[in-house]
Design a protein around this ligand. Structure first.
Ligand SMILES: NC(=O)c1ccc[n+]([C@@H]2O[C@H](COP(=O)([O-])OP(=O)(O)OC[C@H]3O[C@@H](n4cnc5c(N)ncnc54)[C@H](OP(=O)(O)O)[C@@H]3O)[C@@H](O)[C@H]2O)c1
Length: 327
């Protein structure tokens, strides 16, 4: 039996529960392809699921292989699958299962061809964050004249949102923790960067946004910080409260939002059907091919060191994303 390496969560717990193991090489079924994986996306939420958080929302049960998206090359096609997929560089996902592996199968509906001038590393890094960032951009319709506050602005998705809001002509205030992350946010086009680990951050953010506050808030952090940011919202603001790395989504008061004509969208509105995900991956990769959008990859880790990647994400040690690589 041919085997491949995969990183598996043996039980819920600390990053060390994520260990490389040998599993049988997968075989593509009807309508599927087999992909030799090159790079694998990692997400903050995968560290939360591995730790046992969110049992009401997520159905993973150990032992399981994490990972919702990867890039690679199609090396075989299943029965009834268009053979012309073979040899193509593709992104699989987001929305696949078990991407932390050397080889994966995916249905052709979950594949997006990668443009010639986008490399496999960038393609993997953009796969999930690009879908969500473009989904948020579609619903919040950021435009010139908007004052946009982005929390978690130096994260995988935050770094894309900063670029998109800047490109739309908005005035952008990015918030994150630490000097390195603030420098990154400014480099990506934010007009101001504030450190929400300091007690004066709200005052600084208010000063940067102006007395009327933010017309758009993109909250990738949640919890108390998300709640504080709500006080900076202008009447009629659009808020996307999609983040929970602080431990929970921001508990915004719906009555207060209604009274002030503020639209609040949550994580539920960022769950896309396969068709929409593929459409948004295609758009993201086209933006990258055109030089309009750049992923920020803080570090790559060999697949065998997936636990280290999780450790760094949890420690908030990365300015940008962690990506796993397959030798
Ligand atoms: N990526 C997606 O496609 C997607 C989809 C739906 C929802 N979301 C949600 O959006 C949020 C951001 O996602 P992401 O994928 O961009 O994650 P990420 O790259 O890991 O960024 C998360 C950011 O959260 C900040 N943070 C604040 N408090 C934290 C804490 N207690 N522990 C760890 N980090 C903390 C960190 O920056 P500082 O150290 O600067 O604070 C970090 O940069 C997550 O809640 C995620 O579940 C993401």
């Amino acid at each position: 039996m041919t085997t491949i390496k995969a990183a598996q969560v043996r039980e819920f717990g600390a990053p060390e529960v994520l260990r490389t193991t040998d599993i049988p090489a997968p075989t593509p079924g009807p309508g599927e392809v087999l992909i030799q994986v090159s790079h694998i996306d990692t997400l903050f939420v995968e560290t939360q699921i591995r730790a046992g958080w969110g049992r009401d929302y997520f159905d993973e049960q150990p032992p399981y292989i994490p990972g919702g998206a990867a890039s690679g090359t199609v090396i075989a096609t299943g029965p009834d699958t268009d053979p012309s997929w073979k040899g193509r560089r593709v992104v699989a996902g987001p929305g696949i299962k078990g991407a932390y592996a050397e080889q994966i199968t995916a249905s052709t509906a979950q594949l997006t061809p990668i443009p010639a001038n986008v490399n496999l590393l960038d393609a993997a890094a953009l796969a999930t964050d690009g879908v969500t960032a473009n989904g948020i951009a579609e619903t919040t319709r950021i435009e010139k004249g908007d004052r946009v506050l982005i929390l978690g602005a130096a994260g995988g998705m935050g770094t894309l949102l900063v670029q998109m809001a800047h490109a739309a002509g908005a005035y952008v205030v990015g918030a994150a923790r630490g000097a390195e992350k603030l420098a990154l946010i400014t480099h990506l086009g934010a007009d101001a960067a504030v450190d929400y680990a300091t007690p004066t951050w709200l005052t600084e953010a208010r000063k940067a946004l102006g007395a009327d506050g933010a017309t758009v808030i993109l909250d990738g952090v949640g919890g108390e910080l998300g709640l504080q940011a709500f006080t900076l919202a202008a009447d009629g603001a659009r808020i996307s409260a999609h983040g929970a790395p602080s431990g929970g989504f921001a508990p915004l008061d719906p009555a207060e939002a209604e009274r002030r004509n503020i639209t609040v969208r949550g994580i539920a509105e960022l769950q896309f059907a396969t068709e929409d995900r593929t459409r948004l991956v295609t758009r993201t990769l086209a933006q990258a091919a055109a030089g309009e959008l750049h992923p920020t990859i803080a570090r790559t880790y060999p697949l065998e060191h997936a636990a280290e990647a999780h450790k760094a994400i949890e420690a908030r040690a990365l300015a940008g994303k962690a990506i796993l690589t397959v030798a």
